[in-house]
Design a protein around this ligand. Structure first.
Ligand code: PBG
Length: 337
């Protein structure tokens, strides 16, 4: 007797898995170098590279070395880098004035990169946490994160970044109404072509831990970010946020973190068809690296598989600390199947 699970001749899926050629032909999704955005940590000084303990392989770089990294990225075909400053604790205040200093670290790095590698797109982070004495993304009064006052500060910060030459602004603060305010201010200041990649669906996540070490915000942070970042249990809310941010003038939208939220990526892409990005955040990077260092997983394969997952889920691009490594693998002709 034929077992009930035996394939019929019409349902032998293994036919197209038989050889590498057939697997390549039947591959549905592609990952290319053009899908990658490389986040970089900038610090003061010259010729300084400083490892980030919780992110093996990631370093904070002084501006001259960040420029070198951008050159390397451009050489690999990576279309964009995203800058995060590690700010001297002495410059952190409750009012966050350093955020809109035209000569702050981030703005100096933007100018230096645009001067040396004009073809690479420079993305920024628009949020107050690197400059805030209490580590929050917004201004704080009596323990409350202030929405509208924060937006005024974000507008100043964003204009300084646009003035420095940023191509893409990345508001990651999750205040309500910031996209509309930023878009109006950019138009009024003559920065009509500066793009906004909204961190539209940003969850209050434990996976940001290593990043907060990298930018030196962990020690400063008082409490958590749950009054402005999303509850990990919510999905419909992500669609409403994306809809709102697109209406207010975002050109591109992001889901963050990435791997635990691929369902959100897929819903966002299907619902809006807008340029959709995921941020494979610091904790996701650290998990893969950490397990690979211990020999528990094959780090290269896990890296590539995780990045393909974002494309399969509908993302147009991925912010990932693996960008240069993944780009090198792709250029060398990575075989998926
Ligand atoms: C904050 C910001 C965070 C990240 C990017 N921008 C951290 C946070 O919200 O606390 C996290 C990125 C990562 O973990 O890799 N403005």
């Amino acid at each position: 007797m034929r077992p009930i699970s035996a394939p019929t001749p019409a349902t032998r899926f293994r036919r197209l898995r038989r050889t590498a050629a057939l697997r390549a032909l039947s591959q549905e999704t592609a990952l290319t170098v053009g899908d990658l955005i490389w986040p970089l940590f900038v610090r003061d000084g010259a010729g300084v590279r400083e490892p980030v303990a919780s992110m093996p392989g990631v370093e904070r770089l002084s501006v001259d070395l960040v420029v070198q990294a951008a050159e390397r990225a451009a050489g690999l075909g990576i279309p964009a880098v995203c800058l995060f400053p590690y700010t001297d604790p002495a410059l952190k205040t409750e009012a966050c004035e350093e955020a809109w200093n035209p000569d702050n670290l981030a703005n100096r790095a933007i100018r230096a990169i645009k001067a040396a590698v004009p073809e690479i797109a420079v993305m920024t982070d628009v949020a107050l946490d690197p400059y805030n004495a209490n580590g929050h993304d917004g201004l704080v009064r009596d323990g409350v994160i202030l929405n509208d006052e924060t937006i005024e500060a974000l507008v100043r910060m964003a204009l300084a970044q646009a003035e420095a030459g940023a191509d893409i602004l990345g508001p990651s603060d999750m205040m309500d109404g910031r996209i509309g305010a930023l878009r109006a201010a950019l138009e009024a200041a003559g920065h009509k072509d500066v793009a906004i990649l909204s961190y539209a669906a940003k969850y209050a996540s434990a996976f940001y831990g290593p990043f907060r070490d990298a930018v030196g915000a962990s020690g400063a942070l008082k409490g958590d970010k749950k009054t402005y970042q999303m509850n990990p249990a919510n999905s419909d809310e992500a669609l409403r946020l994306v809809e709102r941010d697109l209406r207010e003038g975002a050109d591109m939208v992001m889901v963050k973190p990435g791997m635990p939220y691929l369902d959100i990526c897929r819903r966002v892409k299907d619902a809006f068809g807008a340029p959709t990005y995921a941020y494979q955040v610091s904790g996701e990077y650290a998990m893969i690296r950490g397990a690979a260092e211990r020999g528990w997983i094959d780090g290269e394969k896990a890296m590539m598989e995780s990045l393909m997952g974002f494309k399969r889920a509908g993302c147009d691009g991925i912010l990932t600390y693996f960008a240069p490594e993944a780009a090198a693998k792709l250029r060398a002709g990575w075989v998926w199947g």
